[in-house]
Ligand binder design. Structure first.
Ligand code: DXP
Ligand SMILES: NCC(=O)COP(=O)(O)O
Length: 262
């Protein structure tokens, strides 16, 4: 998603539209339309759209991916399991980016990161094939040093750090998770990786993550779609965008402080 108009150091927002499709699929019809959500996200300040085509197709469908690939101006980040079927779909549609995620049929959501360290032999040809097709590959991993090192060994240019444990934790435990994320972001950046983060982020958890200068993109979905029920999708995304910008080390608050205007 590195083709947006923001400055090189800016933090991009990828809006994940999976759960618009979850609501649509509850009744099996056409509404609400994930493509319409993506177009609203673009107007509201998203830099890209993320969609997870699960093997069980519980939310996003093959048809959604075809329409998003055809009709969206923003970069598309396709989240996919490391399977031959998903590789074939990615190579057919050639999204801007592909994020390889772990999947278990019985899970409620993506409960942990990809075991890049334990699955190097399986992942290597998939990472290579996506890269050769000009698709920017990221690996959705836990914020752990051995997973960062495995991503480097695999030649993936990007990692997305799973923020779910941080978001679920409370008090001191959340601070511990935050430090794990910070250390992983710093280690990855030292290795030359582009660092993304996401999963479970909400208004009350986004600030400390957005404040990490190494992190270049956040992917956020479930909370934004839920909040949209109360304030509308445009407003929910705009507020998230503003919170991200405010938290940034070079954000408006810090710039005002530096110039003595705070
Ligand atoms: C990989 C990931 O974190 C996202 O895809 C997000 O969690 C939405 O999809 P699920 O809720 O189906 O996991
Ligand atoms: N990769 C994380 C993502 O796309 C969004 O996760 P969530 O905000 O829906 O939990």
């Amino acid at each position: 998603m590195s083709t947006g108009s923001r400055s090189a150091s800016a933090l991009r927002l990828g809006v994940n539209i999976d759960h618009v499709a979850t609501i649509r699929n509850a009744r099996g019809g056409l509404a609400p339309d994930p493509l319409r959500a993506a177009l609203i996200a673009a107007e509201a300040g998203a830099d890209g759209i993320t969609a997870h085509l699960r093997e069980d197709r519980r939310h996003i469908s093959d048809h959604d991916i075809a329409r998003l690939s055809r009709e969206l101006d923003l970069p598309l980040n396709l989240e996919m399991a490391a399977t031959a079927e998903m590789l074939d779909i990615a190579l057919r549609h050639r999204p801007h980016a592909a994020c390889i995620v772990p999947e278990r049929r019985e899970e409620r959501t993506t409960e942990g990161g990809l075991d890049a360290a334990g699955q190097q032999a399986h992942l290597a040809p998939i990472v290579a094939a996506l890269g050769d097709a000009g698709i920017r590959v990221s690996l959705f991993i836990e914020p752990a040093p051995h997973q960062i090192e495995a991503a480097v060994a695999l030649g993936a240019p990007v990692v997305e750090l799973h923020t779910g444990t941080y978001c679920d934790a409370m008090g001191e435990a959340r601070l511990v998770e935050l430090e794990r994320l910070r250390a992983a972001a710093q280690l990855g950046a030292r290795h030359g990786l582009e660092i993304h983060a996401g999963h479970g982020l909400a208004y009350d958890t986004v600030g400390p993550i957005a404040a990490m200068p190494e992190i270049r993109e956040l992917n956020i979905g479930h909370f934004l779609v839920g909040e949209a029920i109360f304030v509308g999708l445009h407003a929910s995304i705009q507020r998230m965008r503003a919170l991200m910008d405010e938290a940034r080390p070079d954000g408006p608050r810090e710039r005002a402080a530096a110039s003595g205007q705070s």
